[in-house]
Design a protein around this ligand. Structure first.
Ligand code: PLP
Length: 395
């Protein structure tokens, strides 16, 4: 009766939600401070003070026209500031006509995929990946082709990508720093990927677009480089949001930047602007467009996330868990001591630890821990992790 694919997908996509609801159930029984909820990537920190001050400034400014319908791409002055900021970072020439303001990365991805895909065209996604990509691609009429990253390092397996490319390949989605692994794809693999894409384009007579999903690009530790995808890839569509970098997920604000190096980029931009409207987003929230344009250089305090990462990473590895040390985002992707990551999450829940099975991200055998939570909760949780490790004979 309803959309069959979406109904079938309900079970799969709700793992994170299910853990979150389990958390609410456990909190009622044991009390808030006895449940350790690492299930959601919902930043615990408040937006930086500058952001709130800018919001107040605009609310109180009396400026006319702030709340009206507008060009569906967003305010021209905002797009101009975003373009200048990205041009400076990437060295690629950009102006406001390359930028569309959108309702967060989720909207940006849906708009870009629908703009690119004809029925049956393929999009390569690198596993493990943000669980919603599959649905977005399917709803845009495409087919997701899953390519695993390299075992344990989670870097791009460029040879495997090359093998997966067919004459139906239209795009590849990359997400770095990555959800769920926290890994940053290194420059060398991105440049090798670029070479492979160009080679296959010439060989097969196709165009392959790189959709770079970048909500964690400002959440990086120890000065590690996140190479600019706009500068590495010619057919690059960079999608960013302020949900994580400014802790504004409820405000739904982000942008799409389509590289000036894409042939006929004007047509692509026009289609995406139309889709921003017809998919029902219409335009990004006007007040928050203005707010982020004045705060493009601002980010939440990454030192506080780093403290949380180090506390949890050091403890987990000390008690015998295996986990790559993430350079960015706010997730740990920990190897489950048994093959069945869902069973392992159930075992963790006995100690009131709420983790998300890696299989939900097409990364079976692992669990995701979102540490964008209160550090005191992390401190209280350490003993529960120790008990869990002991149950599996790790320590
Ligand atoms: N892409 C990735 C990798 C994410 O982790 C998320 C949210 O967690 C999104 C996109 C969606 O973010 P937004 O709130 O900007 O729509």
């Amino acid at each position: 009766m309803f959309n069959k694919k979406l109904v079938e997908g309900l079970g799969k996509s709700s793992m994170i939600r299910a853990m979150f609801e389990e958390g609410a159930r456990l909190k009622k029984i044991y009390g808030d401070d006895k449940v350790y909820d690492f299930s959601l990537g919902n930043p615990e920190v408040e937006p930086p003070a500058e952001v709130i001050d800018t919001l107040k400034k605009y609310v109180n400014s009396g400026e006319e026209g702030l709340h009206k319908y507008m060009n569906n791409a967003g305010f021209p002055d905002v797009r101009q500031k975003v373009a200048a900021y990205l041009q400076e970072k990437s060295g690629v020439s950009l102006d406001e006509n390359n930028i569309i303001m959108v309702c967060g990365a989720a909207a940006g991805l849906n708009v870009a995929l629908k703009a690119l895909l004809n029925p049956g065209e393929e999009v390569i996604v690198l596993a493990p990946f943000f669980v919603e990509y599959g649905t977005y691609i399917e709803q845009a009429g495409g087919k997701a082709v899953i390519v695993n990253t390299i075992k344990d390092s989670f870097q791009i397996d460029v040879d495997a990508v090359e093998e997966a490319i067919t004459d139906k390949t239209k795009a590849i989605i990359i997400n770095s720093p990555n959800n769920p692994t926290g890994v940053i794809y290194d420059r060398e693999s991105l440049e090798r990927l670029n070479k492979v894409l160009e080679k296959k384009e010439a060989e097969l007579g196709i165009s392959i677009f790189v959709i770079s999903d970048e909500p964690y690009v400002s959440l990086v530790y120890d000065g590690i480089e996140v190479p600019s995808t706009l500068s590495v890839f010619k057919k690059s569509i960079s999608i960013n949001s302020f949900s994580k970098s400014l802790a504004l997920p409820g405000e739904r604000i982000g942008y799409i930047a389509a590289s000036s190096r894409i042939p006929e980029v004007e047509t692509l931009i026009s289609v995406m602007i139309t889709l921003n409207r017809t998919l029902g987003f219409v335009n990004a929230p006007s007040l928050f467009q203005k707010v982020i344009a004045d705060n493009l250089e601002v980010a939440v305090d990454t030192e506080s996330y780093k403290k949380k990462r180090d506390l949890l990473y050091n403890h987990l590895t000390k008690i015998g868990f295996k986990c790559i040390k993430p350079d960015g985002a706010f997730y740990l992707f920990v190897k489950a001591p048994i093959e069945d990551d869902i069973a392992f999450c159930k075992a963790a829940a006995k100690y009131n630890l709420l983790l998300v099975p890696g299989s939900g991200f097409k990364g079976p055998g692992y669990v995701r821990i979102a540490y964008c939570t209160d550090i005191k909760m992390i401190e209280r949780s350490l003993e529960a992790f120790t008990k869990l490790a002991q149950e599996y004979g790790l320590s």
